[in-house]
Each structure stands twice: as C-alpha cells, then as structure tokens.
Design a binder for this molecule. Sequence first.
Ligand SMILES: Cc1cc2nc3c(=O)[nH]c(=O)nc-3n(C[C@H](O)[C@H](O)[C@H](O)COP(=O)(O)OP(=O)(O)OC[C@H]3O[C@@H](n4cnc5c(N)ncnc54)[C@H](O)[C@@H]3O)c2cc1C
Length: 440
Amino acid sequence: MVKKVVIVGAGPCGVLMAHYLLRRSDQYQIDLYDRLSDPRSIEFSKARTYRITLTERGISALGQIAEIETAVRAISLEIHGGIFHQENGKPRVTSRKKPFVTLDRTRLFITLLQKLTEKYDTSRLNLHFNHACTKVNFAAKTIAFQPTAQTSEAIDTSLTVKYDLLIGADGARSVVRSHFLNTDLFEFEQKYVPTDYKSIILLNSNQPSDIHLEPNRVHSWRSNDGTVVLLLHQPDSSMSGIISFSRVNNQVAALATPEAVLQFFHKKFPEVGKLMTPSEAEAFLQRSSSRVLTTRCSRYHHGDSTLIVGDAAYASVSPSLGQGCNAALEDVAIVDKLLDEYADNWAIAIAQFTIRRKADAHALAELSDNSYPSSAKLGIEFALREKLAKTLHQLFPNYFVPSLMDLVFERDVPYAEILHSYKGWIAKVKKSNQQFLEAS
Ligand SMILES: Cc1cc2nc3c(=O)[nH]c(=O)nc-3n(C[C@H](O)[C@H](O)[C@H](O)COP(=O)(O)OP(=O)(O)OC[C@H]3O[C@@H](n4cnc5c(N)ncnc54)[C@H](O)[C@@H]3O)c2cc1C
C-alpha cells in the first residue's frame, strides 16, 4: 500500500531522507515542505549561508546514495588539518591522517535537491517551498501550512494535508517537535550556548604572503577573552568562516561603522584585519549575529507515525565541533537501517530510533558544549592532549584510545562512547567554561 510521507524541512537531513525513502521502494510517496524559497532560485550572494565540514559520518551517509558523494566532493575542498595562528605570530600546524571536506551549506542542499529531482518525478515526489508548517494534529494525522512572506505566487490560504508518516526535519526551532510538548511523558530542554557567532566572508583572494594561509587547512585565531575566528578557503581561494564571541560584554554587537569593524579586527586579530577590505567590513556589519541553540528531548518519535530527526531532534550545533550536519545525515542512515531490520514497520522502527539514538544525541550535546575550552590556558592544554593522545595511540593502539577529535571524526564510534572515554576532560572544560562565563 502506498504510504504518503510528509517531510517538513528541506535542509540536508530532510532532503537526504527523501532520497533514502524513495530509493527503498515505490510504496513511498513524498511531499517535502520548507518555509523558505527554493535555494536553487536565490542568487548565491544573497543566500544566508556558511561553510560546513563533513567528516566520515556525514560522508558515508551521503555515499550510500548513488552519485551523491561524487557530486558533493566536486563542490568541496579537502582539509588535511589546521593552523592555529598564535598571538606571537608563529603558526601552530596540526595534521590529520584522514582528511575531511568542507563545503558551502546552501550548495550542499542544492546538490542534494538537484539529484532528487533528476531521479524522481511528481508521481512520487512533490516539493513545496514557501510553506511554513504551523500546526500538527497527531490524532487526525493532518498537518497545516501557511504560505510565507517570500511566496511569489498568490497562495493566500492555509493548507491542511493528510499524512501516513510525518518526518520533522525542520531544524532547531522545529514546529513539529513543539507539538510533542502536548503529548504524554515528553520532556524537553532548550538552552542557548553562551557564545554567538557571525559569518565572515573575505572575497579578496590576494592574501598577504606574510600570513601563513596554506589552503586545505582550517585557520583559527583566539583572543584571551575566548573570542575565536575560524576561516577556511573556498574553492576559488577566497575565504569564509565565522567569529564566535561571548554574548556577555559583546564587543562585536557594539561595532557601528565599517571603520570600527576594521579597527576591531586590526586590534584583536591583526592578521584577519589585514585580510579584510573596507567593503568586506561593511558587509560584515550588515550581517546579523546568530545564536546557537542546544536542545534535548526525551524521545524522537510520537505514536506509530511521527519522527523528528537532525537538529529538530537534538540541536547541538556548536560550530566549533562541526558535527550537527554530520549527525543529521547519519540519522537518515540509521532510520534506513532500522527500516531494513523491521521490514518497514514504522511503529517499531521509529520507537527503536529513540532507543538507539538518544544516548548519542545527548552525548553530542555535551561534546559540542564542552570539548573546546574558553580559557586560552586550557586551550593550550587541549592541543597538547590531542598531540599526546595521537602519539600514544599510534604507538600502543591496544592501550590508548585515539585523540578526542580523531574519535569525533571517525565514522563508527558512537558519540556516547567518545563522551565516556573523555569524561574527565569534558567535566574539566565544563567547570572552566562556567567559571570563565561568570568572570566575564
Ligand atoms: C555557523 C555554523 C556552522 C556549522 N558548522 C557545521 C559543520 O562544520 N559541520 C556540521 O556537521 N555541522 C555544522 N553546523 C550545524 C549544521 O548546520 C546543522 O546541524 C544542520 O544544518 C542540521 O540539518 P537539518 O537538516 O537537521 O536542519 P536545518 O539545516 O536547520 O534545516 C531545517 C530546514 O527546515 C526548514 N524549516 C524550519 N522551520 C520550518 C517550518 N515551520 N516549516 C517548514 N520548514 C521549516 C528550514 O527552512 C530549513 O530549510 C553548523 C551550524 C552553524 C550555525
């Protein structure tokens, strides 16, 4: 019997889920909704986007769909390690045995969408952009959408559709998840991490030769108050990234003119200041700061037909750890595996998803919040620990686990296991970050 699946959210997780379900069998018919406009129709320079890193977890989930991994690699840069630009001007270089890739988030889901529409026609797949989910009625299995402000056509009435299966892939502020709050025994916790971030885009690819800007590496700068700049090259050798900064005593929010932006970077991060042109400083000023949400839920399914995945289920999107998208893509592969195990019995498969994923999702939130210390002193300890762990593991693999970051980047190591192996360090950073926050 045909199952009508409604997926809310055409982010990386929602679109990959459509690929996997449509590949499973023609019993699945999909309607994919997103409140935003079709990203393929927006001029790239106007897209609100940032670069993401994809490690083994995310790449292997993409790689299970024919042609996707090749298409994604074609728009990605391979990264072989990082360069920490120290205050004394000496770069500290770290290398990774297994490279990972970085790419633009919007380009990732444009690629996923293009492949989806090339493979499936409207008899099995219908895309509905500019439709925001507003209400879910679990008992009646209906979901309501409102046209959004970006709608160009005159759709002025709300739309209610019926579903057999509902998948909420609608991100950290999920409306589907918000309806779980009215159901029995659902617990939910949400908090903002104490640092905000803002995108930096440096389009000028003429970079000064006195700054060690090797491509294929993540470049980072850190100041004593815990403000961090992360920059990566784009395929055209321009650079983009973020600055993350404490919300308390927020100097970035106080910047009011392009001159003040340049002055701020020249003083705090002189190398970044050198890289930034006045027009890039102006563009930086125009961009708004973003807040990062961490959420935890006691379950990711409701009844026999509703599932939340990706950021909707457990947003823990600390940009520094770079795992939110990887985990969201991994969720899709896990759901697929469960459907194999339980012969497409959704009632069992989605309940099992909660059981199998919860410990890892909660562990990922802990790791995201507390792997990297805010204090510069502990930052040095972190780098030394990583180096030592790598060496010891290389020499005595049976006695010493790989370094924390190597484990995070691995494909098959559950986040809960990583948290267990590094619980001492995570507890230390958590305490230190708390003290750092109170003192600032
Ligand atoms: C600055 C920054 C850097 C990051 N870097 C990395 C990184 O390097 N590596 C990594 O793995 N992760 C990274 N992340 C996290 C990553 O971006 C997210 O975890 C990932 O995008 C989650 O995918 P998703 O599909 O679950 O949700 P989203 O990407 O948030 O997509 C949700 C979709 O749902 C739509 N939607 C929302 N509400 C509604 C509604 N009511 N109705 C209809 N549609 C709706 C949205 O428009 C959106 O298209 C980063 C995050 C940030 C903020």
